[in-house]
Design a binder for this molecule. Structure first.
Ligand SMILES: Nc1nc2c(ncn2[C@@H]2O[C@H](COP(=O)(O)OP(=O)(O)OP(=O)(O)O)[C@@H](O)[C@H]2O)c(=O)[nH]1
Length: 298
């Protein structure tokens, strides 16, 4: 991860060296008897800690606004502490005042940048938590993820349907099955790894449009299932239509040559009652034979 931020680290090292150069050329070295050790340890320690925080931060974060603000803030505080520390070793003509100006400007700028960075970081964390809550049901109990989409598989779906059926609620919920039309053509035209990317994109769009209580599974191949607790078939069908519009509004661009791929989906929905395998069989038939669909969609 640090390699991503090479220019930031180099810029910071250059600024540290620049400030050192300023002291060397515009100041005169203090004799060791004039050094105040307590200040050197305090200010040097602060400089070292800020440098470590900066490295930890850059090592753990991708590029982006939050990283830029936090790194900029930490770098400014680091440079202020470095200036303060060098003050202990060099005598600067106070008439020049640049060291006070440097220290006095860098510290507040650093603190303001850090505050802004922490504010946006908080926003980023709540957006991530919202996303994770949608997968929480998956993480809580599921171990075998689908390799491509990281969603639960059909086996887990069946377990969860059984769990819903054993619940005390008046309505156990609904199940919707989606199928991407002519998916084999995407594989055939653009290759299976592009097909995998399409499956991942569809999964993401669906997750974005689901409630936290809904469970999205990769049922098989190009088929996705959504378990919607507390919804009846009619509500599930309305929601399925919205999800289908969201998926069909997606344009996927191929990695290799940026070709646009869009697709259509079919879906069927039913309230959950009876054996999960029978229910899934009926929804599969409904998707494959649209004439049958009306019966199950109702
Ligand atoms: N890239 C990729 N392809 C997969 C994966 N799993 C299954 N497939 C392919 O998905 C395709 C599904 O083909 P079909 O069942 O005929 O579905 P379809 O092409 O959408 O046809 P219709 O359902 O009739 O519209 C097959 O070509 C499978 O090889 C996977 O994990 N990744």
């Amino acid at each position: 991860m640090l390699a991503l931020h090479r220019s930031t680290l180099l810029g910071c090292a250059a600024a540290l060296a620049g400030i050192f150069g300023l002291f060397v050329f515009s100041g005169s070295a203090k004799p060791p008897q004039a050094w105040t050790w307590i200040d050197i340890v305090g200010e040097g320690g602060t400089t070292l800690m800020c440098a470590l925080w900066l490295v930890f931060l850059l090592d753990g974060r991708p590029r982006g606004r939050v990283t830029r603000l936090l790194a900029g803030g930490l770098a400014a505080v680091l440079l202020a502490a470095w200036t303060d520390c060098l003050d202990e070793f060099f005598q600067v003509d106070k008439l020049q005042r640049w060291d006070n100006l440097l220290e006095g400007t860098l510290m507040p700028v650093g603190v303001i940048l850090l505050t802004a960075g922490l504010y946006f970081w908080r926003e980023e964390q709540s957006a991530l938590s919202r996303q994770l809550r949608k997968r929480e049901r998956l993480f809580r109990e599921h171990r075998a993820f689908d390799r491509v989409t990281q969603l639960a598989d059909a086996e887990y779906l069946v377990q969860q349907i059984r769990l819903e059926l054993s619940g005390q609620q008046a309505t156990s919920g609904a199940l919707v099955l989606f199928d991407i039309d002519d998916f084999h053509r995407i594989n055939h035209t653009f290759g299976p790894s592009e097909g995998d990317r399409v499956l991942q994109a569809v999964a993401q769009v669906m997750l974005l449009n689901l409630r936290n209580a809904d469970l999205l599974c990769r049922y098989a191949g190009d088929r996705f299932a959504v378990l919607m607790p507390g919804r009846d078939a009619a509500q599930a069908l309305r929601h399925a239509a919205r999800l289908a519009r969201a998926i069909e509004g997606l344009t996927h661009h191929t990695c290799a040559d940026d070709q646009a791929i869009s697709f259509t989906v079919r879906y069927s929905a039913s309230s959950i009652d009876g054996e999960p395998e029978a229910l899934l069989g009926a929804l599969n038939r409904a998707i494959e034979h649209p004439a049958h669909w009306a019966t199950h969609a109702a």
